[in-house]
Design a protein around this ligand. Structure first.
Ligand code: OVV
Length: 402
């Protein structure tokens, strides 16, 4: 690891490129290296700080007054550069603007409001499992994770069937755009085509099934809580954030259990631990790995003075495997006390869709466990080369009745 002779601004420096395909595909070794290097590391290539350990990552996401989201949670600083799309009203906003929007959407995505969806998710999970037990050999990315999530989630939002692969193209772009404008970013822009307008059309009230989650956002317009112009942008957040992340979580869960059969045996023996086991998946293989905040003023962090309007990079995958916080962090252990993991963030910007994503995953895992289904990895897997998400592009698996 080459280091500058004089590390800028009192922090150790590294010339590593966290967004190179090699590092994306094998993240845990360089996470370890960065955590050992320091609590705050200056990335010479991107001219920004990186907080690789749990304590500072937590401090940053908890302190939304010093570490802003309104300048974007990607590498692009909206104070200096124009964002590629109209900013999210939730993700890319600070209080006070953020607060009422969060309250409205938070209520729509709350556990009590989602209860009506459970039985439908169970039906779809069981249909899928029937299919898997018949086929036996599948690529679990398209045939399990994508098939299930692209069915149940857009249905819950109230999006019509058809062209749902567009949701994946859009999500890929949205999450790659949180990284630097590298080749990975350029490729997802090229793939985008007419998907942007397609997404915005799906967000219009006339295209959303009455009573479902998207329509509920528009009901807040008639209630006077948000304006008619704001509603489609809020629905856009569902479609941006809710698809890829949950698909990756399903794939990462299947892989984690398949490669740790003793842990799956515990879940089969006691489905009461599914919830906790899924949280361990989020810690062990966090789908949303990398994002940024922007300092609102001079801030001192880990003894380093960071000037205002500077990007600070976080990696929750690294925080979730920091041995300063976790015992045996590289071990997948569904029995551990996983409370405090930051796989879904923390504080005012903690994942607002966490209850529906958990519901999707918990229902699928519960049904697999209840039916005593076993699954194994049967061939070479491939991870996505993606600026911010960790998940599989290829996951060959065999499912069988245990
Ligand atoms: C958490 C997240 C990721 C991507 C997009 C959005 C949110 C959004 O609100 O659009």
């Amino acid at each position: 690891m080459a280091q500058d002779a004089a590390p800028p601004r009192g922090a150790p420096a590294s010339d590593i490129d966290p967004f190179s395909p090699q590092h994306i595909l094998n993240p845990y070794a360089w996470h370890h290296e960065m955590r050992e290097l320091g609590a705050l590391v200056w990335l010479t290539k991107y001219r920004c700080f990186f907080a690789p350990r749990y304590a500072e990552a937590f401090q940053i996401i908890a302190d939304y007054q010093s570490f802003s989201s309104a300048a974007g949670v990607g590498h692009t600083n909206f104070n200096k550069e124009k964002p590629w799309r109209q900013p999210s009203m939730l993700l890319e906003a600070d209080p006070p603007d953020h607060t009422p929007r969060r309250a409205i959407v938070g209520r729509i995505l709350s556990a009590p409001n989602l209860r009506v969806f459970r039985s439908g998710f169970e039906v779809e999970a069981n249909r899928l499992i029937d299919r898997l037990l018949q086929q036996r050999d599948v690529d679990a990315v398209p045939e399990v994770a994508q098939a299930y999530v692209l069915k149940v989630f857009p249905d819950a939002v109230g999006i019509a069937d058809g062209d749902r692969m567009n949701l994946l193209k859009y999500g890929t772009m949205v999450f790659n755009a949180f990284g630097p404008q590298n080749d990975i970013f350029d490729e997802s822009v090229r793939d985008l085509g007419e998907v942007g307008p397609w997404i915005m059309e799906r967000c219009q009230h006339r295209n959303l099934e009455p009573g479902k989650l998207g329509d509920q956002v528009y009901q807040a317009v008639s209630g006077g809580q948000i304006t008619a112009e704001e509603a489609p942008i809020l629905v856009r957040s569902f479609l941006s954030a809710g698809v890829d992340t949950t698909i990756d979580a399903v794939g990462n869960a299947l892989w984690s259990f398949a490669t740790n059969p003793a842990e799956w045996a515990k879940v089969k023996a006691n489905q009461g631990i599914v919830k906790q086991a899924f949280e361990e998946v989020l810690r062990y293989e966090s789908p949303f790995q990398t994002f940024f905040r922007t300092t609102t003023k001079d801030v001192e962090l880990a003894g380093v003075k960071i000037p205002g309007n500077e990007k600070v990079m976080l990696n929750i995958g690294s925080a979730n495997r920091d041995p300063r916080k976790w015992e045996r962090p590289d071990v997948f252990d569904v029995s551990r006390d996983v409370r405090g993991h930051v796989g879904l963030g923390y504080g005012i910007h903690a994942c607002i869709g966490q209850m529906i994503s958990r519901l999707e995953n918990e229902v699928l895992l519960t049904e697999l466990a209840r039916r005593k289904v076993d699954f194994e990895v049967t061939g070479p897997t491939e991870y996505k080369v993606h600026n911010t998400l960790r998940g599989f592009t290829k996951l060959p698996m065999r499912f069988k009745q245990g």
